[in-house]
Each structure stands twice: as structure tokens, then as C-alpha cells.
Design a protein around this ligand. Structure first.
Ligand code: ADP
Ligand code: MG
Length: 400
């Protein structure tokens, strides 16, 4: 890989600073990229892109269902709720097909995060399959560094996914607040992501949307990965163009079949972004961003730890036969790398490592670590016809 060892400062945006939440969420909330066969088209303007129009594959759903049956997890934990069981509170985050609210369970007084997905929007953007994947995958998972599904339900207009509430806010906000993270803090978060990905990949699931917005910090300072909207059960290869531009591996941009290695590439981008405060190929112009990803020419701020540089280079290798995580020993190469030498992987897997940062919070339902959003959504739970019952009949009859 070509590289330049020149000291650089954060690449400024139009306002002369690194990208802010406001700026990025503006792009995110704009319409999704039109379906296109050519991923390099300049019309792809959203932060998050997707292109998957294939109908639901019955075998895939069956595969997950089969897994579920053999799962050792007690199914009773995943409750069947209804909207009226909750007091809907403020919005914690907005996404492509709805928003996530802080909610309070009336009976127990417990707080949860509730992702509301608007059926109409899911259908219009052809995301039915992704939504099924999201819910089924969440249901099949149980890992300390991923959000836990508590339950799900649907009504005439929406699908609702109830998750444990992770009160420390997004890593995105913490990172922008700090500008960049010290080596040991970035290492701590990256190591937790490694364990989570190891678990996902061992279940043949690719995550496909690693970025600081999807990493939450829990009250003990540990990472919880959220947003399984692009996660997919992929035993070998897939071709869907989806993800977030800055985090796309070259093989995705080139419309090649790709596999789990894209997640390890994204980990390289994440480590770089945590240490630098901006992603490695950042460019306001999305076409130029893709060109830069394909060129793979890395520029290093002067303060970068040489061990971090070495690991990032190995994770960002466009050559899949050289990319760490994708070699014979799999994730072991990453875990044994010298940048991670201070990590006690066993203790970390047991969630026994003290976190470097504990987010401030006053009470269980405190949402002050999240940004504020206008509460301008349509009311939930209104009576009315279920216009999309047909579309969701087969797939959601037994799923929600
Ligand atoms: N379990 C949770 N606890 C607290 N906040 C959450 C949780 N899940 C999601 N959020 C917030 O909602 C935002 C959007 O949720 P996400 O699942 O990422 O939706 P999208 O697929 O639209 O990006 C997240 O970036 C985060 O700020
Ligand atoms: Mg998200």
C-alpha cells in the first residue's frame, strides 16, 4: 500500500472544522441513495447507502429460524409487548426509517430504547429484507458488547424493536467532544469491537455498518454495538452495496463479491478515526472519497503511535490475502498485534477490565448524553387501516 508520512491536521470542512454531528445527521436524514448499479455515481449522497432489492430469501429466514430453535438462550426473555405498555419519551437518535426513543415500561418503571420503523418507509426504500435481518439477528445474539433485544411488536403503521437502553451516548459525540482519543482509550474500544465481531463472524454474520454513531457507551464505559440494519447472515460472499461511505472497503466500492473481511477493514477506519478525529480518506466530495479509498494512500498525523499505524495498515490492506482478520489465523492476528499487547483478552471477554471513561449520568432515564431532536414524528398507535399488511404478511406474521 502506498503511504505518505507527512504530518497533517484534521481535514477541514466547509466551516473550517472537522465534521460535526449536525452536519453529518443532515446528510443521514436526507433520502437514501437511489438504487444504482454503479456505486461510483455521484448521485449517491447519503451518509449511509444501500442497494439491495432482492426479495426475501426463504432459505435465509429458515436458516436463522433453525439456529434460533437450537439456541440455548431462553426465549422467554424476549417479551411480547404492545405500544401501550410504554411511556414514549424523547428521541435519542434518528435514522433512515424512523427514530429511536427513550421509553419507560409502565409496569416495571424500567427504561428501554425503542426503535420505531415506519412500514411505509421500509417498503418505499425496499428495506423489508434488511429489517427482517435486523430483528432476527438481534434475536439470535447475546454478547456483552452488543445491544440486547428485549422484545418487538408491530401495529398497523410501524414495527417496534425494544432494546436495552445504553445511557452513555454515541461514541461519535464523545469523539467529537474530545476531538481525538488517546491511544489507550481508542485501544480499549477497538478491542471490544474485535470481540463483538469475532462473535458475529463465528455465527457467519457480517455487521457492515461500523462507525462511531453506531457504537454506544454504557454506564460502565463499555461499548455496545447497536444498529443491525445492515447485518446479514453470510456464510461466504455477498454483493450488496451498503454501509457508510467513509467505512466502505474497496471491494464493496468495486462491486465485487465480499465477505467478513469488510468488517475488519472498517475496524481499521474506526481506529484511525478514533486516533485522528477524522476518517483516513475523508473528503467532502463523495466521488473523490471513493477514489481515495481505492488509491489507499494513507496520510499519518505526526502524533500517531507507530504500532497503531502498523495495525491500521494491515487492516486497511486492499489486498484481501494480506488483510488482517482475513488470514489463516483470523482475528487472532489482530489480537496478537503489538498495538493490543496491553489488552488482557480473557478479562475483557469477561467484562472485567475497568473502562478509561465513565459517561456522566444522574439517573436511569437520563438522556443528557444524547443530542436533542425535534419531536416532529407522526403520532404512534393511531387506529387505521394496515395499508401494508400484504407486504408484511408472510415475513412478519411470525417475526414480530
Ligand atoms: N439501545 C440504544 N440505546 C440508546 N440509544 C440508542 C440505542 N439504539 C440506538 N440508539 C440511538 O439511535 C440512533 C439511531 O439508531 P440506529 O439503530 O443506529 O438507526 P439507523 O439504522 O437508522 O442508523 C443511534 O445512533 C443512537 O444514537
Ligand atoms: Mg445507525
Amino acid at each position: 500500500m502506498k503511504e505518505a508520512n507527512i504530518p497533517i491536521s484534521p481535514i477541514p470542512n466547509s466551516a473550517g472544522s472537522t465534521p460535526t454531528k449536525k452536519e453529518l445527521s443532515k446528510i443521514t436524514s436526507s433520502t437514501l441513495a437511489p438504487k444504482t448499479e454503479t456505486p461510483l455515481k455521484s448521485t449517491i449522497t447519503s451518509t449511509k447507502i444501500q442497494k439491495e432489492v432482492e426479495p426475501i430469501k426463504e432459505e435465509e429466514v429458515n436458516e436463522v429460524l433453525k439456529k434460533e430453535k437450537t439456541s440455548t438462550e431462553p426465549p422467554a426473555e424476549k417479551k411480547r409487548f404492545k405500544l401501550d405498555d410504554f411511556v414514549i419519551m424523547q428521541t435519542l437518535g434518528t435514522g433512515s426509517f424512523g427514530r429511536v426513543h427513550l421509553v419507560k415500561h409502565k409496569e416495571t418503571g424500567k427504561y428501554y430504547a425503542m426503535k420505531v420503523l415506519v412500514k411505509r418507509q421500509i417498503i418505499e426504500s425496499k428495506q423489508v429484507e434488511h429489517t427482517i435481518n435486523e430483528k432476527k439477528i438481534l434475536e439470535s445474539l447475546n454478547h456483552p458488547y452488543m445491544v440486547n433485544l428485549v422484545g418487538s411488536f408491530k401495529d398497523n403503521r410501524n414495527l417496534y424493536i425494544v432494546l436495552e437502553y445504553v445511557c452513555g451516548g454515541e461514541l461519535f459525540s464523545y469523539l467529537r467532544q474530545c476531538k481525538r482519543l488517546p491511544n489507550h482509550v481508542a485501544r480499549f474500544y477497538a478491542a471490544q469491537v474485535v470481540l463483538a465481531f469475532e462473535h458475529l463472524h463465528s455465527n457467519d454474520i457480517i455487521y457492515r455498518d461500523l462507525k462511531p454513531e453506531n457504537l454506544l457507551i454504557d454506564k460502565n464505559g463499555n461499548i455496545k454495538i447497536t444498529d443491525f440494519g445492515f447485518a446479514k447472515h453470510v456464510p461466504d460472499v455477498t454483493w450488496t452495496l451498503c454501509g457508510t461511505p467513509d467505512y466502505l472497503a474497496p471491494e464493496i466500492i468495486q462491486s465485487k463479491g465480499y465477505g467478513k473481511a469488510v468488517d475488519w477493514y472498517a475496524l481499521g477506519v474506526l481506529i484511525y478515526e478514533m486516533l485522528a478525529g477524522f476518517p483516513p480518506f475523508y473528503d467532502e466530495d463523495q466521488m473523490r472519497l471513493y477514489e481515495r479509498i481505492l488509491e489507499g494512500r494513507l496520510r499519518w498525523p505526526s502524533y500517531f503511535d507507530p504500532a497503531a499505524k502498523d495495525l491500521i495498515k494491515r487492516l486497511l490492506s486492499p489486498d484481501l490475502t494480506k488483510r488482517y482478520g482475513n488470514l489463516k489465523s483470523g482475528s487472532a492476528d489482530i489480537k496478537k498485534h503489538k498495538w493490543f499487547s496491553e489488552i488482557d483478552w480473557k478479562k475483557l471477554a469477561e467484562v472485567k477490565v475497568k473502562a478509561p471513561y465513565i459517561p456522566p449520568f444522574t439517573s436511569e432515564g437520563d438522556a443528557s448524553n444524547f443530542d436533542s431532536y425535534p419531536e416532529d414524528h407522526d403520532p404512534y398507535g393511531l387506529p387505521g387501516p394496515d395499508l401494508y399488511s400484504e407486504e408484511f404478511k408472510v415475513s412478519f406474521f411470525f417475526l414480530f
